[in-house]
Design a protein around this ligand. Sequence first.
Ligand code: ATP
Ligand code: MG
Length: 357
Amino acid sequence: MKTYKIVLLKGDGIGPEIVTQAVKVLNRAAEKFGFAVAYDEALLGGSAIDATGVPLPQETIEKCKAADSTLLGAVGGPKWDAMPGHLRPEAGLLGIRGALGLYANLRPAVIFKPLRDASPLKTEIIGDNLDIMVVRELTGGIYFGERGEKTVNGAQAAYDTEMYSVPEIERIARVGFEMAAKRDGKLCSVDKANVLESSRLWRKTVARIGKEEYPNIELSNLYVDNCAMQLVRNPKQFDVIVTSNIFGDILSDEASMISGSIGMLPSASLGSGKAGLYEPVHGSAPDIAGTGTANPLATILSAAMMLRYSLEEPEAADSIENAVCEILKTVRTPDIYTDGMQKVTCEEMGDFVCRLL
Ligand code: ATP
Ligand code: MG
């Protein structure tokens, strides 16, 4: 039997509660689909600061590098807010992404049919369901370019630089095309090529990779301002969107919010190897930690993404996603509760998903 090595970074706030539920679901899926999971735990964020003085201990990096994949809860909280920047829990998050070379961030924006009412969009715009994948470049662009302050005409000024190399664009383009090949065969590349030089290189390079390596994928291009508008006006035109770091930051938040509930959104960060880092989009929600009311579905869906993209267990992934969709017809945690549903705790939600699996 195949055994996968998974590192758990439970983190802070609701992190431990939601990761525990995802582990339960992973174990049930393993039982059903005939594989085994060996877990190891490591420290990240506030809990790591408390135990070791730093948000990202070297031991955590080494454990994650040696594993088949990593599942993260969430980090941070008011307890560590006064720490200097490089010693804050969030620095640990950026650090682990960098240390593992994770250059592609995958953020699905899915509206499960039973949750259509939670979306700020009208149901006629959503249709039966909505399923968009935003692929964001994560380690280049303006967030990592040359920056500084200077004096211009006697006035104080500051600048940031957007730069992408051809290899950086090629590798993220391939992630986008591969994703499109696994889905509806459509890729939309988003840039600002009417204004930015880096965007012109982006557009040219994505087009070449498409022509040379993925002739069967239908490639389209949109300017980022138009894309932001289209996501609200007619989101069903999108399947996979690939874009730069800063545009992806903004568009993935916009796309995810059309689902209407932060407790439902998973994410994946991938590098050149198979191993990735999987985590819910939401934070550590310190306001509800320990109350048993956290929604574990974003973390459970992150575990499903892990099964699909890192562990080659796509059937187990489908099965978890189907179970979640089914559960939502009758059972809800408080954050997505509506009248007539059964209100459950974090732990009960995990149990329901396991039972349906
Ligand atoms: P961070 O800086 O880590 O992103 P934040 O305070 O900006 O933290 P979240 O921690 O995501 O954002 O929380 C925002 C709000 O959403 C909070 O009121 C929190 O209780 C709620 N929330 C977040 N995640 C969940 C969840 N899984 N289930 C229920 N409520 C959640
Ligand atoms: Mg936040």
